[in-house]
Design a protein around this ligand. Structure first.
Ligand code: ADP
Ligand code: MG
Length: 699
């Protein structure tokens, strides 16, 4: 057994209890985990803060001074020990709530001490609870000077006595045990050219740096290595998939496609749409399963690409399906596809949770005997009873709403896997896409159909509501329609529904019948009631659609020109962008009005400012990534890829690009890693595969 696989309970000073705590709180199980448990900060212990000017934050700092007073102060339960430390500029209270007696015995009045810990501010009064306290004489003798690592920790660990000191000692012990010898995993030539330090030094310097230079060299090497191995895994997977996973070859583009293109397509495709369609056609013809992600901003025209890809399937004798995350959206897709197909022989049906049983039976039969070509639907498509005669292509709209397991289910319905096209309107920043979907092929529709006017976005306070209502009236006067959207957050569902209903009542007062008709749609309504309201709005029988975020994805009502978002500060950026994308779909000038309260956090302000500044989904996604970090972005939660120890996808974008280029070059020169210089790499990769660190997309 590899020594690194040893459980940490065997490390001197840890034992079963601490091991269990470390496992539960920090996920540290083995020597390997501990070695890769890196400090998240370093404090320069050659620096002391003056007691006269202490910063009002909660970072650990180091101070020094003379101990001038020790006192026990009774409180509700027991007492606290307070010691006052003084330097030329000021004083600070050191406070202990536990273990007072033992500490008090150690303390010596009129002695110089170094104290290390977090500050606690109470009004203008500052104290340092439970500091790490060292007599000055001892501090100097033991040359504490240097960079002092701070490891991530949790409240529980601190309470149970697993302090920074304990973790540091464990790291020391680990290096003693392992004798600090790690076999090199990166090729020599890479180390040389990328100017990396060797692996042994990197681990040593990350845990015990003597100076900033050592530390940054270690960080650089370890970040690079982390990103590089992710890219190696993703690219290897991509290569493997292309070699092994066969797919149905769609060799021809036939009459169905061509006639649609010539006679039925109501507009000409944009250059971006043409390019993407070409990429898809090429994939479909190769005999290898397509796994493609189609990114395109809201309104960029993905639906028609989906349809035309499915028609290629039909031309080759296959069925295809299009899956949407909500009933409304599935219905909408079905309506627009049916409209596109009205003068063709292509047979299409809709299947959702609310499809009637009698219809369902007919539909299942038509699917199984192949008399149905295209099926549009929701999760209902994944039920076991739904059996295709020959599913050749599955298209998944708005990918972030579907889990991995669900996608795999589609796959299982066939002998050969169907081709997969995942469409998303959530623009994923390049770096993130590279890490998340590095094994997928990516197509991007990067321009909007001609004639679209950029949506004008404004941000208004609740106090401006009357003007906003006036503006809405003018737009309705011109024949336009308006969305008003309310947030709905699960945790505060009750309050949110109340807000929605209050808003509805207020709109009804300001926009009275019969001049104005208002639709309302929210999650507590039955599907057919929702659908009924959607249809009324779509047919322009109602001018205002008030809704919770159920309309977020995909709804297409080109005559709607105003999107009012209530409590906009409560929405995430990508959600705001999605919502805004519901207007601006025709060729009239459209508007997005963000309503907010007055008290806003810094982040909310940035979000709303960003929305006002730009319509560009990719720019918005970059800001979102910076604000939230990759872990929070939609759809990335399942991703093991993003559990990075040291690299940061926002800050280390350049390094990621370099790592990817290295991985590409190495794999194209030596796909099976047979060269001598690649042996360490090969071994390391095998180890990683065993740990299954990577997210399995689809397969
Ligand atoms: P999304 O990418 O958000 O799914 P849709 O596919 O719903 O966008 O397209 C938005 C609107 O633009 C639809 O009404 C669609 O018919 C229209 N559209 C798509 N492509 C073009 C084009 N090339 N020229 C003009 N209109 C187009
Ligand atoms: Mg869409």
């Amino acid at each position: 057994m590899n020594k690194l696989d040893t459980g940490i309970e065997y490390l001197k000073g840890i034992g079963p209890n601490r091991a269990q705590l470390l496992r539960e709180e920090l996920g540290i199980r083995t020597y390997h985990d501990l070695l890769h448990f890196f400090p998240n900060r370093y404090v320069d212990r050659s620096q002391f803060h003056s007691l006269g000017q202490l910063a009002r934050n909660s970072a650990e700092i180091q101070i020094k001074g003379r101990l001038i007073q020790i006192k026990n102060i009774p409180q509700k339960r027991g007492s606290r020990l307070v010691a006052i430390l003084e330097d030329q500029q000021g004083q600070i209270e050191l406070v202990w709530f536990r273990g007072q007696q033992w500490i008090q015995d150690q303390l010596r009045l009129e002695t110089d001490y170094v104290a290390f810990g977090r500050l606690n501010w109470y009004g203008n009064k500052v104290s340092m609870p439970h500091p790490e306290l060292t007599p000055m004489s001892h501090f100097e003798k033991n040359a504490f000077l240097g960079l002092h690592p701070i490891y991530p920790s949790t409240e529980k660990l601190l309470q149970r006595g697993v302090s920074q000191k304990v973790i540091k000692q464990a790291q020391h012990q680990l290096f003693q045990t392992l004798t600090g010898k790690f076999s090199e995993s990166l090729p020599k030539i890479l180390i040389q050219k990328q100017q990396l330090i060797d692996k042994n030094s990197a681990y040593r310097y990350i845990h015990f740096p003597e100076n900033h230079q050592q530390l940054s060299a270690a960080q650089y090497r370890l970040k690079f290595e982390e990103l590089f191995f992710i890219q190696m895994q993703l690219l290897q997977k991509k290569i493997m998939r292309k070699q092994q996973i066969k797919g149905y070859p769609f060799q021809k583009v036939g009459a169905v496609f061509n006639q649609f293109y010539k006679n039925a397509l109501p507009f000409s495709l944009t250059d971006a749409q043409k390019r993407v369609l070409k990429e898809i056609r090429k994939d479909l013809g190769t005999g290898i399963q397509m796994n493609r992600l189609l990114q395109g901003d809201v309104g960029s025209g993905k639906t028609i690409i989906a349809l035309m890809s499915m028609l290629i399937g039909v031309d080759n004798g296959f069925q295809a399906c299009l899956m949407a995350p909500t009933e409304i959206l599935a219905q909408q897709h079905f309506n627009s596809l049916q409209e596109f197909l009205k003068n063709t022989t292509v047979r299409i049906a809709l299947l959702t949770g609310s499809t009637k049983k009698s219809e369902r039976i007919l539909l299942h039969e038509a699917l199984e005997n192949g008399s149905l070509d295209l099926l549009v639907g929701t999760h209902a498509l994944l039920e076991d009873k739904v059996q295709f005669a020959n599913l050749g292509l599955a298209i998944i709209d708005e990918q972030h709403r579907f889990g991995v397991a669900q996608r795999a289910k589609l796959w299982r319905k066939n002998k050969l896997p169907p081709h997969i096209l995942v469409m998303t309107a959530t623009p994923i920043p390049r770096t993130l896409a590279m890490s998340l979907y590095g094994d997928l092929d990516i197509s991007v529709i990067d321009s909007l159909p001609p004639g679209r006017k950029p949506i004008k976005t404004v941000w208004r306070r609740d106090s401006n509501r009357l003007q906003v209502f006036q503006f809405i009236k003018e737009e309705i006067q011109k024949g336009r329609q308006v969305y008003v959207v309310y947030p709905l957050i699960e945790e505060s569902e009750k309050m949110d529904y109340k807000d929605l209903m209050d808003g509805y009542a207020s709109l009804q007062r300001s926009f009275p019948r019969p001049n104005y008709q208002i639709s309302i749609v929210h999650g507590r309504m039955k599907p057919d009631a929702k659908e009924y309201e959607m249809q009324r709005f779509l047919k322009n029988q109602t001018q205002i659609m008030i809704a919770t975020t159920v309309i977020e994805v995909g709804v297409n009502v080109p005559n709607a020109s105003v999107m009012v978002i209530e409590s906009a500060e409560r929405f995430g950026l990508s959600q705001l962008h999605q919502l805004r994308g519901r207007v601006g779909r025709g060729n009239t000038q459209s508007y997005c009005i963000l309503m907010s309260g007055d008290k806003l956090s810094e982040d909310s302000r940035t979000r709303l400012d960003t929305m006002v500044r730009t319509n560009d989904g990719f720019e918005i996604a970059e800001v979102d990534l910076k604000l939230r970090g990759p872990g929070d972005l939609m759809g990335t939660q399942q991703s093991g890829v993003l559990q990075l120890h040291i690299a940061n996808l926002v800050k280390d974008q350049d390094l990621l690009q370099q790592a990817r280029t290295w991985a590409q070059n190495i794999l194209s020169a030596d796909p099976n890693l047979q060269q001598n210089d690649h042996q360490g790499l090969k071994t390391a990769l095998q180890g990683l595969t065993q740990n299954k660190a990577i997210w399995n997309f689809i397969s």
